[in-house]
Design a binder for this molecule. Structure first.
Ligand SMILES: *Cc1c(COP(=O)(O)O)cnc(C)c1O
Length: 360
C-alpha cells in the first residue's frame, strides 16, 4: 500500500509498523475477540496495558520516582488552563516567556486565572530568536515559570533550557517530547499533546513533580486536577483508550529503535541536513537564529513567494505532503518528528534541489 512522506505539523506521521500492528490486532486485541476500543478501561487487559505503557514512557525519559505521569484529555490547550489552576491561586503571579504563538496562547489563557508576568518577549525579535536569558525579568514571587520548549509554528527551540528562577518550570513540550534525552528533574510540570511525537490526537501526557500535586484550586475540574488524576491512575473518568493504546505502541517502537539517544542522533542529523541545504542555497531561506533552530519544525521561504503554490503542487505530486507553512509565517514548513524516516528528509532535499534548478 502506498504511503507518502507526511510533513504535517500535527496530527503528524506515525511509524508504519505501529499502524500495521494496530491494524493486525484491530478486530481481536490480545486474542480477546474485541478491539481495544471495545474493552473496559477498568478490565485487566487495559489496566495491565496502561501500567506497561507508563513504565515504557518512564523508562524512555528516565523519569524519577517522585514524578507522576498522567494521561489526560483536552490537548495541550487544556493544560494552558490546568497549569495555573493546579499551581496557583487567583491573586498569584506566574512568569511566562514568549517565544512564539504557543507560548503566547498559554499566557493568554493563564491571564484568565492569575497575574501573568511576561519575562521576555520574542515578538521583539520577530520570533526569530530567543531573548537572552540574562535579560529575562523574572518575578520574586512567581508560582512557576512557563515556557514552550519548541515553538511548532515559528520553528524556535530551546536546546538548553536556562535556569533563571527558583520557581518550578512548567513546560509545553508538545512538539519536542521524546525527540531526544532530557533531564526531567529540572521541571515541575511537563505537558504534551500527543499528536506530534507521541501518538494520535486525543491524549495528553503530563509529568508532574509530587510536591506540586496538592496546590490545585478547589474549583479545578477533577479531570484536570493533578492530584485527583494521579490517585485515580488517570482513570477518574473514561480515558481515550484507543489513543492511549497507540501511544503505548509508539513508546515500544521507540524502545525497539534504541531509545531517545538514538532518536536524538537521528533528529539532529535529519534537521542538520535540511538547514545545511537551506543555508547553502540562495533560493531557500530560514530566518531563525542558528542557536535556536528547531529540530522538529523547519519553516523555509522561497525567494520567489509567487512560486509557493507551484512548490506545493509539485511537492505533492512527488508524494511529499503537508509542506504548507503556517498562515502566521507563510512559505513552507517541514515537520520532521521521530516517525519521519531519514529517507523522507532525503526525498524532500532531492525535490528542493530539483525545484530550485527548474525555477531558481
Ligand atoms: C500543537 C501544539 C499545541 C496545541 O495542542 P492541542 O493538543 O491542539 O491542544 C500547544 N503547544 C504546542 C507547542 C503545540 O505544538
Amino acid at each position: 500500500m502506498k504511503r507518502v512522506y507526511n510533513f504535517s505539523p500535527g496530527p503528524a506521521v506515525l511509524p508504519t509498523s505501529v499502524l500495521e500492528q494496530a491494524r493486525d490486532e484491530l478486530l481481536s486485541w490480545q486474542g480477546s475477540g474485541m478491539s481495544v476500543m471495545e474493552v473496559s478501561h477498568r478490565g485487566p487487559r487495559f489496566t495491565e496495558f496502561a501500567l506497561r505503557s507508563e513504565a515504557a514512557f518512564r523508562d524512555l525519559l528516565d523519569i524519577p520516582e517522585h514524578y507522576e505521569v498522567l494521561f489526560l484529555q483536552g490537548g495541550a490547550t487544556l493544560q494552558f488552563a490546568a497549569v495555573p489552576l493546579n499551581l496557583a491561586g487567583p491573586g498569584d503571579t506566574a512568569d511566562y516567556v514568549n517565544t512564539g504563538n504557543w507560548s503566547k496562547k498559554a499566557a493568554g489563557e493563564a491571564k484568565r486565572y492569575l497575574n501573568v508576568n511576561v519575562v521576555a518577549d520574542g515578538a521583539d525579535l520577530h520570533y526569530e530568536s530567543i531573548p537572552d536569558p540574562a535579560t529575562w525579568r523574572v518575578s520574586d514571587d512567581a508560582k512557576y515559570l512557563h515556557l514552550a520548549v519548541n515553538e511548532t509554528v515559528v520553528g524556535v527551540e530551546f536546546h538548553d533550557v536556562p535556569s533563571v528562577s527558583d520557581a518550578p518550570l512548567a513546560a509545553d513540550m508538545s512538539s519536542t517530547i521524546l525527540s531526544r534525552p532530557m533531564d526531567v528533574s529540572r521541571y515541575g510540570v511537563i505537558y504534551a499533546g500527543a499528536q506530534k511525537n507521541i501518538g494520535p490526537a486525543g491524549i495528553t501526557v503530563v509529568i508532574v513533580r509530587e510536591d506540586l500535586l496538592d496546590r490545585a484550586r478547589q474549583e479545578t475540574p477533577s479531570v484536570i486536577n493533578y492530584r485527583v488524576m494521579a490517585d485515580a491512575e488517570s482513570m477518574s473518568n473514561t480515558p481515550p483508550t484507543f489513543a492511549w493504546y497507540v501511544a503505548g505502541l509508539v513508546f515500544e517502537w521507540i524502545k525497539k529503535e534504541g531509545g531517545l539517544a538514538v532518536m536524538g542522533e537521528r533528529n539532529r542529523r535529519k534537521a542538520g541536513k535540511i538547514y545545511a541545504a537551506i543555508d547553502a542555497s540562495s533560493f531557500y531561506n530560514n530566518p531563525v537564529d542558528p542557536a535556536c533552530r528547531s529540530w522538529m519544525n523547519i519553516p523555509f521561504m522561497l525567494s520567489a513567494p509567487e512560486l509557493d503554490a507551484v512548490f506545493l503542487r509539485e511537492s505533492e505530486e512527488a508524494d511529499l505532503l503537508n509542506l504548507k507553512g503556517h498562515r502566521l509565517v507563510g512559505g513552507m514548513r517541514a515537520s520532521i518528528y521521530n516517525a519521519m524516516p531519514e529517507a523522507g528528509v532525503d526525498a524532500l532535499l532531492k525535490f528542493m534541489t530539483e525545484f530550485e534548478a527548474r525555477h531558481g
